[in-house]
Design a protein around this ligand. Structure first.
Ligand code: PMP
Length: 458
């Protein structure tokens, strides 16, 4: 029996009876019933009621080439027929991860040439954490194992991902994080800049928090700093341009490794292949996933810089770590086909030179003046809209995030899939969006804001 034989109500009942969802209050879900998405095409998703919804989140920050790509289905089909699976353990390899690793080394910053595969961003960050500690142990400095991260960071939902991340509610449920990870302030000027402090100055001050944490621990005890170039799940927090170069300078000064989590920003979202290139920095590790396959297959790639790779390969000693699906042949075949599409269609350049600037301008000119909007910001095709009660004082609505949920629900009802995180609306559209799609999205955001304004001030 296929799902078409089920009514929406029946599917929702079966969902409630058997399916536990990620990041969900299951009592609430049972009361509301889930929205069931049944198919998708290009930039649109369709629910079981036949509603067409423009997907401003690219699934979950991942479907960068849009839905319904024949090439990707074909790549998976051919690979499954030829070799659906073989492992990369025990000195074995299969062709597609080899070719993909080479391709990624070509796209990454020049001193990043090695790749470790997994199936998710969380797994890749687990690998990154294990790898940097292994690196310092091989260097004869096992005590250099502290990792500095940021409050409100999101690095995944495994134990290591949660520990690296800085989300309080996740830590509370964890009941004991991986030891020796500390969290410093985030570079979020809208809420944290001091009166009269310029963006540039604020960026330097936020970076200084990392230096302070290094000095407090003693540089001889600090392995690495990890950060999302632009914080995603935490609310698309875009650091001032002064932040990352200063972080890099500080890391180099104290011989602390620089780890970037580009699970969202990788593969074109910022208008370069990697945000490292947008911010002009050279990290020691780059965590990537999501858009590597545009979400058509689960795959992550931890890109590893030459310094770590050289120690691994020259000093030897087994790295006791890996996954059954590290280098999965089908996922890697799909990734290769996905990179072909991004390249052939010039999507990265399009974000940089056309849709990214147009998106910024559209948010600024058509959304920023709305009375509910405290700030709009964007970088490439990643954007945020701050929802406030009072523009001038930045006062928020009571009920922590309630207002943004009202906006989100109106947006979805009016054909636009947006996400709310705290009091922030976030956007991460597929890179195939055109100026026309951006116009349509802005029209729907405007409508959602007007309707929410009526509700919130009723
Ligand atoms: N890092 C970042 C920056 C992310 O945004 C995410 C997922 N949203 C992850 C890691 C975890 O990836 P996954 O859900 O594939 O484990």
């Amino acid at each position: 029996m296929t799902y078409q034989n089920y009514s929406l109500k029946q599917l929702q009942q079966v969902d409630a009876a058997h399916h536990l969802h990620p990041f969900t209050d299951h009592k609430e879900l049972r009361e509301a019933g889930s929205r069931i998405i049944t198919r998708a095409e290009g930039p649109y998703i369709f629910d079981s009621e036949g509603n067409e919804i423009l997907d401003a989140m690219a699934g979950l920050w991942c479907v960068n080439v849009g839905y319904g790509r024949e090439e990707l289905a074909r790549a998976a089909y051919h690979q499954m027929k030829e070799l659906p699976y073989y492992n990369s353990f025990f000195k074995c390899s299969t062709p597609t991860p080899v070719l993909l690793a080479k391709r990624l080394a070509e796209l990454a910053p020049p001193s990043v040439n090695q790749v470790f595969f997994g199936s998710s961003g969380s797994e890749a960050n687990d690998t990154a954490l294990r790898l940097v500690r292994h690196f310092w142990a091989l260097e004869g400095k096992p005590q250099k194992n502290r990792i500095i991260s940021r409050k409100n960071a999101y690095h995944g939902s495994t134990v290591a991902g949660t520990s690296l991340g800085g989300m309080e509610p996740m830590h509370q449920q964890l009941g004991g994080a991986v030891p020796n990870i500390v969290h410093v302030m985030m570079p979020y000027a809208y809420e944290l800049a001091l009166p009269g402090e310029s963006d540039h100055e604020f960026g330097l001050r936020a970076a200084k928090a990392v230096e302070d944490a290094i000095l407090e621990a003693g540089p001889e005890n600090v392995a690495a700093f990890i950060g999302e170039p632009i914080m995603g799940a935490g609310g698309v927090k875009i650091p001032p341009m002064s932040y990352w170069p200063e972080i890099e300078r500080i890391c180099r000064k104290y011989d602390v490794l620089l780890m970037l989590d580009e699970v969202i920003t990788g593969y074109g979202r910022t208008g370069e292949w990697f945000a490292a290139q947008s911010f002009g920095i050279t990290p020691d590790t780059i965590t990537t996933a999501k858009a590597l396959t545009s979400g058509y297959q689960p795959l992550s790639a931890l890109l590893v810089g030459d310094r770590i790779a050289t120690t691994l390969t020259e000093k030897g000693g087994e790295f006791y770590h890996g996954y059954t699906y590290s280098g999965h042949p089908v996922a890697c075949a799909v990734a290769l086909a996905n990179l072909d599409i991004i390249e052939k269609e010039g999507l990265v350049e399009r974000v940089k030179n056309d849709t990214g600037p147009y998106f910024a301008q559209a948010l600024r000119e058509r959304i920023a003046d709305h009375p509910l909007v405290g700030e709009v910001r964007s970088f490439g095709l990643m954007g945020a809209i701050e929802i406030v009660r009072d523009k001038a004082t930045k006062e928020r609505f009571e009920g922590d995030g309630r207002a943004a949920v009202v906006v989100r629900d109106h947006a979805i009802a009016n054909g636009l899939m947006l996400r709310a995180t705290g009091d922030t609306m976030i956007l991460s559209p597929p890179l195939i969006w055109t100026r026309e799609t951006i116009d349509l999205a802005c029209e729907r955001i405007g409508k959602a804001l007007d309707l929410a304004h009526k509700d919130l001030f009723a």
